[in-house]
Ligand binder design. Structure first.
Ligand SMILES: Nc1ncnc2c1ncn2[C@@H]1O[C@H](COP(=O)(O)OP(=O)(O)OP(=O)(O)O)[C@@H](O)[C@H]1O
Ligand SMILES: [Mg+2]
Length: 317
């Protein structure tokens, strides 16, 4: 087993690896430490790298490790003639707007595909209107059509609690029943992720006692801290090849601190940061045209006045 191979065979990950005994548990962030190990476990290494581009998201990083380890050990168990277990991977994502739910669901769809769990790994995002119809029977048909399209991938239902909006008589209930049936029907090869605000999601699950146990994986997406949001500012600017002045950095930080306090619930976290960066890029462009300055230093530099929050068009939520 000196030549490890990771390949997908008939929808299942097939891994052969070297024997090595060391203290893996002491590795807090990554399961593997040496370059050789990282290469052997290239799928995990690639996804760890991808997730490193994002600030925080510790729970997600841990889940990806867990799923990888489970499938890997399953493979090793099979090699030893032991039983390999199946697991339900439907998930609930709870968190405020812009906390990374959709971004993470896309990454997970890709990951599960590469791990051979999902045959296609595409991502389909729907909301109430895509599932709920206008007359009896219409909803079940609409939901089944969506399920068909989602087959082999991740079906992501945003603001899932809106399915329970109208109570018992509402067609939303029919959509839920159709989804539950599909989840039980093993022919359906898909992972369902329900997403939305924490409180509403919890209420929704409490109204449907059969539901929570069908979603064994629940991930919280907390609001980002001021420091995490500032880290996003830095990364987004670096990516776009801009440099922020110290004064500019201080100015943004003060603003973020203030709006985090005022808009705790609806403030759109990462999306807000992306939007203020994009607005600042336009503001800087206008300033440079006015100043008639096109040297490299000027083109690179993002200044305090490029972030004019008083006249900003960016919505907070
Ligand atoms: N951890 C992060 N690191 C860097 N950028 C992030 C992070 N989380 C979110 N973002 C940025 O914020 C934007 C919004 O994220 P996303 O659409 O995944 O949020 P969401 O939770 O699905 O929001 P909503 O509930 O409103 O649909 C993304 O385009 C991304 O650029
Ligand atoms: Mg989203």
């Amino acid at each position: 087993m000196s030549n490890p191979v990771n390949s997908k065979k008939r929808g299942r990950i097939n891994v052969v690896l070297n024997h090595k005994q060391d203290d893996r548990l002491s590795q807090k962030d990554s399961l593997f430490s040496t370059d050789q190990e990282k290469e052997e476990h290239d799928i995990l290494t690639r996804f760890e790298k991808k997730l490193e581009d994002y600030v925080g998201l510790e729970e997600v990083k841990r889940l990806v490790n867990e799923i990888y380890a489970w499938l890997y050990i399953n493979q090793r168990r099979e090699e030893m003639g032991l039983r390999a277990s199946k697991q339900v991977l439907h998930m609930i994502f709870k968190g405020n707007p812009g906390t990374g739910k959709t971004t993470v669901a896309r990454i997970i769809a890709n990951f599960l595909h590469e791990m051979g769990i999902l045959s296609k790994g595409h991502f389909m995002e729907v909301e109430r209107a895509d599932l709920v119809g206008e007359y009896i029977g219409h909803t079940a048909q609409k939901t089944r059509d969506v399920l068909k399209k989602a087959s082999g991938g991740v079906l992501f239902i945003d603001e899932a609690y809106s399915l329970a909006r109208g109570g018992e008589k509402d067609f939303g209930k029919e959509a839920i029943d159709t989804l539950v049936k599909a989840m039980e029907d093993h022919q359906h090869d898909f992972v369902l992720i329900l997403a939305g605000y924490s409180k509403e999601m919890e209420y929704f699950l409490s109204l449907n006692p059969g539901l929570p146990s069908r979603f064994p994986i629940s991930i919280d997406f907390p609001n980002y801290t001021t420091e995490q949001l500032m880290e996003m500012v830095r990364r987004m600017l670096r990516e776009r090849e801009y440099e922020l002045t110290k004064d500019g950095e201080f100015h943004i930080k003060e603003h973020i601190r203030k709006i985090r306090q005022e808009q705790e619930r609806t403030f759109s976290n990462g999306r807000y940061i992306r939007n203020i960066i994009e607005e600042a890029i336009r503001m800087q462009a206008v300033r440079l045209l006015k100043e008639n300055r096109f040297d490299k230093e000027a083109l690179l530099t993002m200044r305090r006045e490029d972030f004019n929050f008083n006249s900003s068009h960016v919505k907070l939520n």
